[in-house]
Design a protein around this ligand. Structure first.
Ligand code: NDP
Ligand code: 8X3
Length: 266
């Protein structure tokens, strides 16, 4: 898509799952002459370097890829992120706020404070801090500003469930922040886009179960979940619309899901 030509795209949580797939989808849709720049961020730099190498292997060096270690839950790291970018990667056009996680299924009053803090610091304050770090770049452009903020929420942000008190609250907070931000920026060309996936098979369930692969596998047993590519396609579709088109909000389920617990099991 020519609309992506020359763009600099920052993806958080690009070492796995939806974020990783989104990097490949941007490269695929933009095409070989597009000269897009991808800034891939996550905590695990070595994994990002492997993703970058795979991208170059698949798409050649027409896609410029920069892996950067960034823990979004660390406000100082987020503050230092934009100034630390090499100049050719600093003129950001698209920010995909994808890094996020759930920890456990505990119910109050049994919710571990550390889990609560990790979820809020990553999913909410991390996302907001990075958005605030990037917005001035957008606002320096004509017409009040240009650029895309793409926030990955969840069906969990719309329909809270038992054992999801904190995770659901973080995703509801993203939804609320996205809505406010879109209103605050209405006089600009800055697009605020929220993508809310239902069940996607990624490393998400392993992380939620503190690394217990068997419990994670049970979540995806006898269902037909989305693949990360399915969400990546919608993210890149939203970013490659005509500038006056804002895909403000999308809820994406696999066909056998119609709510958190509303799941057809085979
Ligand atoms: P994965 O666990 O596969 O990927 C999560 C990514 O986030 C990893 O790249 C991880 O990288 C990164 N990450 C985690 N913590 C931090 C941090 N503090 N700083 C920077 N990066 C971090 O899961 P998904 O791809 O499924 O998750 C992506 C997003 O999609 C999340 O926001 C999740 O809430 C959301 N989502 C997922 C759904 C699902 O069913 N899978 C459904 C709805 C929404 P690293 O460990 O290297 O830092
Ligand atoms: C992750 C999806 O439904 O497991 O956001 O909370 S869910």
């Amino acid at each position: 898509a020519a609309r992506l030509n020359g763009k600099t795209i920052v993806i958080t949580g690009a070492s796995s799952g939806i974020g990783r797939s989104t990097a490949f989808e941007f490269a695929r849709v933009a095409g070989p002459a597009s000269q897009i720049r991808l800034v891939l961020t996550a905590r695990r730099l070595n994994v990002l370097q492997d993703v970058a190498a795979d991208l170059v292997k698949q798409f050649g060096d027409t896609v410029k890829v920069l892996p950067v270690a960034l823990d979004v839950s660390d406000p100082d790291a987020v503050r230092g992120f934009v100034p630390s970018l090499p100049e050719e990667f600093r003129d950001i056009n698209v920010l995909v706020n994808n890094a996020g996680l759930a920890k456990g299924f505990a119910r109050a009053p049994g919710i571990a404070e550390a889990d609560m803090n990790t979820m809020f610091a990553t999913n909410v304050t991390g996302l907001i801090n990075l958005t605030q770090a990037v917005l001035p770049i957008y606002q320096a452009r004509p017409d009040g500003g240009h650029g895309d903020i793409i926030n990955i929420g969840s069906n969990a942000g719309r329909y809270p469930y038992v054992g999801g008190g904190i995770y659901c609250a973080t995703k509801a907070a993203i939804r609320s922040f996205s809505e406010s931000l879109r209103q605050e920026l209405v006089a600009t060309r800055i697009r605020v886009i929220e993508i809310d996936p239902g069940q996607v098979e990624t490393n998400f369930a392993v992380v939620r179960h503190y690394g217990d692969q068997a419990k994670a596998d049970a979540i995806y047993a006898n269902v037909d979940p989305l693949e990360p590519e399915d969400i990546a396609e919608v993210i890149v579709f939203a970013a490659s619309r005509r500038e006056n088109v804002v895909l403000a909000d999308a809820l994406i389920y696999p066909s056998h899901q119609a709510g958190y617990g509303v799941m057809h099991r085979k």
